[in-house]
Design a protein around this ligand. Structure first.
Ligand code: NDP
Ligand code: MN
Length: 383
């Protein structure tokens, strides 16, 4: 038996933020990142809607990129003091992920972080509060997923926490919010969407339920990402990318991912490369590696798009949105070939162990992972 889980409500399109004005409740805890949501006025707008609906509001801000256990525990204490019946996360994947786990500890203050690391170990939520997620990037799809990624900064380990309990009750996918992203964040997070959709479509856990969502998301990224990068004010392109992110999220939250993500997680951690950028560079190399193992699926994508080679089409797309073809060409990345050779073994071993490797269409060896790293670092086109 398989199940397909998504939030019970997705409100989308221009002005969907207004939905907050219809909420019934007493206290809303808003959780956000650094400063962008305040700066662009979305936090104030959210607060205004909630206040007009008769809720009192409090804000937890300062959630950092790659949020830490410490930040989550700070949020837990604030929630225990304020006793919200709604938790409303507004921001990038980092703010949404942190808020999800603050919620877990608010509902179950007796738990420690170690108690919730194992898959499905999070106990029942919604005894105290319900959860609304409002993404400000079009990428991670945390508003839809059963995942949260929290970093133990002392041990320097990123933990992907998984449970259907942390799927939000309501996702608000309002395209005006990501419209303030600068071009490079638009490009990187947009290629994260592409990686989610492609990996979910060829995953060994793909299904009749996830396939149409993934395929449509791929089409939408090809069509609208270059437009959103070229002109951030193109609201149609922003809306299509925001919806594509959520569609791809519905697909990968259920079908899981593959080794683009395994490889990206480890090289991102070692070299501090943004997640979406790492995915974008790895995509064509991994597609070529996986092609024969999922040839039918890849040819469905190619027929749908009317192209001969998905890998080449992604190379062209990367070029259009100013993403380099290989890691060595990232202009700010100052590492020598010697240093890369020093870390490549460790990265390959760790990437093989990543949970995303399990659903890749082809089971790689550690040698395969090393070769994929080398090819994508130096720019050798795999055949
Ligand atoms: P972040 O939430 O980390 O935000 C990155 C940067 O973008 C921040 O500086 C943020 O600023 C800024 N920003 C966000 N929105 C806007 C906007 N509308 N306008 C201008 N600037 C903006 O980025 P991501 O969304 O890419 O999330 C990455 C995190 O999500 C990682 O921790 C990753 O591991 C995790 N992740 C979670 C998944 C899940 O299913 N839960 C799946 C994949 C990844 P500021 O802080 O000031 O708001
Ligand atoms: Mn991703």
């Amino acid at each position: 038996m398989k199940s397909f889980l998504v939030p019970p409500q997705i409100s989308f399109g221009p002005n969907s933020l207004d939905y907050l004005g219809t909420l019934q409740g007493e206290r809303a805890m808003l959780v956000t990142g650094g400063s962008s949501m305040k700066k662009f006025g979305f936090l104030d707008r959210a607060e205004k809607h909630l206040t007009q609906a008769g809720l009192s509001c409090k804000i937890i801000d300062g959630v950092e990129p790659n949020p830490s256990v410490k930040t989550v525990l700070r949020g837990k204490e604030e929630m225990l003091a304020f006793k919200p019946d709604w938790i409303i996360a507004i921001g990038g994947g980092s703010a949404l992920d942190a808020a999800k786990i603050m919620w877990v500890f608010y509902e179950h203050p007796e738990l420690n972080f170690e108690d919730i690391i194992d898959v499905f170990s999070i106990p029942k939520l919604r005894n105290k509060a319900r959860f609304i997620a409002i993404p400000s990037t079009s990428g991670t799809a945390s508003e839809i997923t059963a995942f949260s990624v929290i970093t133990d900064s002392e041990k320097k380990i990123k933990y992907p926490l998984v449970s259907p309990e942390i799927i939000p009750d309501i996702a608000i996918v309002d395209p005006e919010i990501p419209a303030t992203m600068p071009p490079h964040i638009t490009a990187n997070t947009g290629m994260d969407v592409m990686a989610h959709a492609v990996e979910a479509f060829v995953s060994i856990n793909a299904s009749d339920y996830s396939d149409p969502l993934a395929l449509r998301a791929i089409e939408m990224v090809f069509e609208y990402l270059p437009l959103a990068v070229a002109d951030g004010k193109n609201l149609k392109a922003r809306e299509k990318m925001h919806n594509a992110s959520t569609l791809a999220g519905m697909a990968f939250s259920n079908a899981s991912l593959g080794i683009i993500h395994s490889l990206a997680h480890k090289i991102g951690g070692e070299l501090h490369i943004d997640h979406g950028l790492a995915n974008a560079i790895l995509l064509p190399y991994v597609i070529q590696f996986n092609y024969q193992a999922a040839a039918e699926k890849f040819s469905v994508i190619e027929k749908t798009l009317g192209i001969n080679s998905l890998a080449n089409a992604i190379r062209e797309l990367n070029q259009k949105i100013n993403i380099p073809a290989n890691f060595k060409d990232i202009d700010w990345l100052e590492i020598t070939a010697d240093y890369f050779e020093e870390i490549v073994d460790r990265m390959a071993q760790n990437a093989l162990q990543d949970p995303c490797t399990l659903t890749n269409p082809l089971q790689p060896t550690v040698g395969d992972m090393k070769e994929l790293y080398r090819n994508s670092f130096y720019g050798v086109a795999a055949q």
